[in-house]
Design a protein around this ligand. Sequence first.
Ligand SMILES: Cc1cc2nc3c(=O)[nH]c(=O)nc-3n(C[C@H](O)[C@H](O)[C@H](O)COP(=O)(O)OP(=O)(O)OC[C@H]3O[C@@H](n4cnc5c(N)ncnc54)[C@H](O)[C@@H]3O)c2cc1C
Length: 497
Amino acid sequence: MRIGIIGAGVAGLATAKVLKQAGHDVLIYDKSPDVGGVWSRTRRYPGLCTQSPKAQYALSDYPMPKHFPQWPGGEQIQEYLAAYAEASGLTPALRLDTEVTSAEPGPGGWTVTAGGETTRFDRLVVANGVFCEPAVPAYPGLAEFTAAGGRLRAVSDVHDAEQARGKHVLIVGYGKSANDITVPVSLTAATTTVIARHLLWKVPRKIGGFLNFKMLLLTRMGEALFRYIRLRGLEKFLHGPGDGMRGRMINSIGSVSVRQFGLAKLGLVPPGHMEDIVRGAIGLATEGFFEGVGEGRISVRHDRVITRLYAEDGSPYAELDEGSTLPADLVICATGYTQGVPFLPGDVQDRLLDERGNFLLYRQIRPLDVPGLYFNGYNSSFFSPLNAEMAAVWIAADLAGQVPLPDQAEMRRRVVDQLAFMDVATDAHHCRGTKIIPFSMHNVDEVLGDLGLNIGARVRASHWLNPINPAAYRRVTPALLKRLTPAAAEDPVGLRG
Ligand SMILES: Cc1cc2nc3c(=O)[nH]c(=O)nc-3n(C[C@H](O)[C@H](O)[C@H](O)COP(=O)(O)OP(=O)(O)OC[C@H]3O[C@@H](n4cnc5c(N)ncnc54)[C@H](O)[C@@H]3O)c2cc1C
């Protein structure tokens, strides 16, 4: 089939590789000039690095370069994904600098308009990134603030800490991106103030100074500490008789982090318990952030929001909700993203979304009621590349009619139940149904369970105490290819182009 793919981030690239190996003709559009999505030079901000250690962020059959540090920087991940695209023979199929402006369903396929050209596809995969379009608050007073020389920027639009040199900088947000950019900015700015609506728990990269957090949280045991919709095996114990022990395991990470970073002295102990991290992603602490606060280079105004931007005596300012004001030459918003599909017609969007705007996707991949359309990357997780790659395998199988799907009513029931569960489990912090944290491996198990292609029980068991190793999944794609076409299986890794 001829397949259009919107997005050349890790999800689009993994999809393209697997579908190409399965014998399809793929074309990948990206509005950026380079591949890599989040890691593109157009979106990289100072301090950007992965949360996942490099082995956990790798694709199953393409290891990260040995010389990369444990937590690679944005430029390194972009380099890695560009090399993956090249090695997988995807370069001729890339249409970079080409924004898809519309994708219309028609009889038996889709018509895509991009870069002024119209192309017909048999199927369409949307991999446009759920953390791609920044959500910047609409502060009152912006025009007056800008006229006085103030600048309001999304974090992904700040590419160099030099932009902050000598300025009074406010950073809005307390997630990983906010903390990451704060450290390099604080080295050039005149003043650096973080405006945090709430404090959040942060996990040290090295818990207690020595234990890599991946040993505790990026394992199947780590995932099992959070109650899933259905409990299996040891989970029944952890959420039954072992519940007290389970809670202590999670919350002890919180007490360690309070001690390790001296949070009480800094006045930055978050409310609630470490278990609350489930409400967002794993909040990994940024190296140097709390040290910067301790040294007085970074101030944190917590439980505060900006209520307006304005100018006074020709200089730009921000006002906070309790009435105080701060000079603000540059306001950087790390305030999240919007999840949208503006290129799809309104009636298609109506069928994709529920009344609250949540995406209704079976296995996070297949719309319930829009034929010929798939999504990838709408399963953002602790191991996003692995989830995307396994979703690509699922799509390849479904294109071949090899996924045993329940009937429409049952699919809808499961999707609706899952969303209702995620509402409770994450306090509705699931980015309109597109983020599956902390249930990353449950999703992998379900996706591969549909195909009867899960990896062996012994390796899965080893991931209870050792970090998930995406390389353990490297034979999944070849196994599917063998089932689909014996010829494709002759180039199982797909690196011959
Ligand atoms: C700062 C940050 C750090 C992260 N760190 C981690 C981590 O450590 N571990 C982890 O597992 N996950 C992490 N994530 C989650 C992350 O979203 C995924 O790891 C992954 O990069 C998402 O890939 P994607 O391909 O789905 O989306 P993206 O990387 O966002 O790629 C989508 C692409 O689609 C393109 N596009 C969008 N609309 C159009 C259009 N209309 N026409 C053409 N092209 C279009 C965009 O230009 C973009 O290149 C992080 C996310 C962020 C934002």
